[in-house]
Design a protein around this ligand. Structure first.
Ligand SMILES: Cc1cc2nc3c(=O)[nH]c(=O)nc-3n(C[C@H](O)[C@H](O)[C@H](O)COP(=O)(O)OP(=O)(O)OC[C@H]3O[C@@H](n4cnc5c(N)ncnc54)[C@H](O)[C@@H]3O)c2cc1C
Length: 662
């Protein structure tokens, strides 16, 4: 048995994993980080749009603060998020942006004087103040009132991940890529590390650590149509599920992004609409203001995606050999803007579709359709990032259900979450590893090692004709057809039934390439697909049982958000030998919320089944606020009285801003 020991083990080299690695390594501990791909090629590098943080530098962000960012996040989540986590997040994120700047991340800066922008399809000039000159800029993104999305042209993720990875290297994090974690080693509810497989020579290694963190990203590739990279298969989530102790939570909360380009699914960033781009139908008509008079193209992603599909259902889509689509028009921003601020988008349009989106009129319009984009669900954690039932297993980033996003995450809040979780959870994780003193039980490690070795041998030696790609593709089709933007009980039941059959069939997957000790993509799929099916079943079953519509989870047979019965987080577990997940629920306590459930401000009106506690709590919140304001208390003191939350003092410290609003 090959064994490697370390203090802290991190699985995943995206922004969340790398930033956490820096946090632990700074404490002087040994950190090993595993990744399927070279870390700078993680999916985080694809972030184009930007990172939300309430810096309040730009004139369009003037007056912004944590409270406003918090309110946008909670409304965006359709009241599905953990509001304490949302507070931890909004308080830390301005520090995260500034820290990244200090590591050399080249945020786009403000130039004093006139700045040409497009607002509501009109070109206007805004005037940036003298004192803002040189400070970090922000764009309109994520449907927020204040512009707070910090960006680096349209290569935000690329620059961020290079900055953070370089920092990890500086702090001697041991990065091992093309190393895939397959199984979590645990005993008595304590995590001891993982068994991993080299994707180069097929060898297995037991990585044994005081603490382990999963930062394995989203599970978008269980869908046929997705913006996610091919490595986003959710195997990290499945690994946690297979312990039987960890739950995958709110897996049915899957975000669909309105503007991936057809047919490749490559994302054209929301920055396109944030910067002023508009959506058009088959007649070239701008239809979003008809559906969403206030927010128009900048309503939350779940709303825009549904409105687009609704419009297509009315026969207003553009016919193509890839199905109906709509148009995204960014030519109205002007060539100079597109070529400077949306270079990557232009490049994608030109390379993959032969369109120059800066060309005025229909010639420059890009074909778009909503596709799977972000996984709000994930491995359930406590606010410190640790899984509730397995000590020493922490989760950060898109892989986690921390739960910042509830049923819809705001554009720009996700790469922000990765870095903030890297700081906050990374710190709790670091302390856990530092305090850990138990002896490692090597017999347990060996048991897990042998189990994985035997499993792989068993796959290779199977004799039959069950084809892995057939199963995988059918799974993706089912998820796309029945578990996507519009859902019904009937279709979801069909999906669950067929996925369960596929899961059973997947135990007979037989491969042609029997080589173990080398790179063998077919073998990789053979052990990944059954795990992906478990993840898909958690999504589909969670969606079937949630008989309401909330955020991105839209049930045509239950179109209302049901606060009376569904202020709950879905928790799916996988018991040994089961073929379906076990579903439990965790209640969200309205009486502890700083912002009790209400109308989001966009989407259909009158669409809520009220919970009487919402009104009661709102009255309580109003009276506390009124009383404290009369006593001259400031907003921080009032917030603390409404909903106290724990956060390390260095992150909880006040965020300084230019102007009066500190
Ligand atoms: C096209 C696109 C554009 C986006 N734009 C924005 C944006 O503008 N703003 C924003 O806030 N968010 C954006 N997002 C979302 C954001 O990119 C992700 O949520 C975020 O980057 C996730 O980071 P992460 O560190 O959690 O995971 P990832 O960056 O996905 O990294 C996952 C890591 O885990 C590793 N891994 C996975 N499984 C295993 C395993 N079993 N063993 C070992 N390693 C494993 C992978 O190799 C990888 O290193 C965008 C997403 C997409 C798809």
């Amino acid at each position: 048995m090959r064994v490697e020991f370390t203090d802290a083990l991190i699985i995943g080299g995206g922004l969340a994993g790398l930033r956490s690695a820096v946090e632990v390594a700074k404490s002087g501990q040994k950190v090993t980080l595993l990744s399927i791909c070279p870390v700078k090629r993680s999916h985080s590098a694809a972030v184009q749009g930007g990172m939300q943080a309430s810096l309040g530098n730009s004139i369009k962000g003037e007056g912004d603060n944590e409270d406003l960012h918090f309110a946008d996040t909670v409304k965006g989540s359709d009241w599905g998020c953990d509001q304490e986590v949302a507070r931890m997040f909004v308080q830390t994120v301005p520090k995260a942006v500034r820290e990244l700047a200090s590591w050399g991340v080249p945020w786009t800066r403000i130039a004093k004087g006139p700045r040409n922008v497009v607002i509501n399809a009109q070109r206007v000039t805004i005037e940036e103040k003298e004192e803002s000159h040189g400070l970090i800029n922000a764009r309109d993104f994520g449907g927020t009132k204040k512009w707070r999305t910090c960006y680096i042209a349209d290569a935000t993720g690329h620059c961020m991940i290079f900055g953070v990875a370089n920092e990890a290297i500086k702090h001697n994090v041991k990065i091992i890529d093309r190393m895939e974690a397959l199984r979590i080693i645990h005993k008595d509810g304590i995590c001891l590390g993982v068994i991993a497989r080299s994707l180069i020579d097929g060898s297995l290694t037991a990585f044994v650590a005081k603490g382990t963190m999963l930062a394995t990203g989203g599970y978008g590739r269980v869908y046929k149509q997705t913006t996610n990279a091919v490595i986003c298969e959710g195997t990290g989530a499945a690994m946690a599920l297979e312990t039987g102790l960890c739950s995958l939570s709110n897996m049915e909360a899957v975000q669909f992004h309105p503007t991936p380009i057809v047919p490749s699914g490559i994302l054209l960033t929301e920055g396109c609409r944030g910067d002023g781009g508009v959506l058009r139908d088959v007649d070239g008509y701008r239809f979003m203001p008809d559906y969403e008079p206030e927010k128009k193209e900048l309503a939350s992603r779940d709303v825009v995606s549904r409105r687009m599909m609704e419009h297509i259902r009315k026969g207003k889509g553009v016919k193509s050999m890839y199905g109906d689509h709509l148009w995204l028009d960014i030519s109205i921003l002007g060539r100079a803007h597109v070529e400077k601020n949306l270079r990557d988008v232009r490049d994608i349009c030109m390379t993959f579709n032969g369109i120059d989106p800066a060309d005025e009129g229909p010639k420059g319009w890009a074909p778009v359709i909503p596709m799977q984009h972000y996984s709000m669900g994930g491995i359930r954690t406590k606010p410190n990032g640790e899984t509730p039932k397995m000590k020493g297993l922490f989760v950060a980033g898109e892989a986690a259900c921390w739960d910042l996003h509830g049923f819809n995450r705001l554009g720009g809040n996700s790469c922000a979450e990765t870095v903030v979780a890297g700081m906050v959870v990374g710190d709790y994780f670091s302390n856990y590893c530092k305090d850990y003193t138990n002896e490692v039980d090597m017999e347990v490690v060996e048991k897990f090692y042998n189990q994985e070795r035997d499993y792989i041998n068993e796959i290779v030696n199977r004799k039959g004709n069950c084809n892995v790609y057939k199963i995988k593709n059918e799974m993706k089709d089912i998820m796309w057809e029945h578990v996507s933007i519009f859902r019904t009980g009937e279709n979801l039941q069909k999906a669950v039934d067929r996925l369960e059959e596929l899961y059973k069939e997947s135990k007979n997957i037989t491969i042609e390439n029997k080589e173990i000790n080398c790179s063998n993509p077919e073998l990789e799929d053979a052990y990944r697909v059954p795990r992906m099916l478990k993840v898909a079943l958690c999504i589909a079953r969670g969606a079937l049982m949630r008989t309401e519509s909330r955020g991105a989870h839209y049930r045509e047979d239950y179109p209302k958000r049901d606060d009376a019965n569904w202020m709950k987080r879905t928790m799916t577990y996988w018991d040994d030998g089961a073929t379906l997940p076990r579903v439990e629920y965790e209640d969200l306590d309205i009486m502890k919320m700083e912002m009790p459930p209400a109308f989001r401000g966009y989407g259909a009106k009158g669409n809520i089944i009220e919970n009487p506690l919402s009104e009661k709590r709102q009255a309580e919140v109003d009276s506390i606020r009124e009383k404290m304001e009369a006593e001259g208390k400031n907003r921080v003191e009032i917030q603390e009285a409404l909903m106290p939350y724990e956060l390390q003092p260095r992150f909880k410290a006040a965020n300084e801003r230019i102007g009066a609003n500190q």
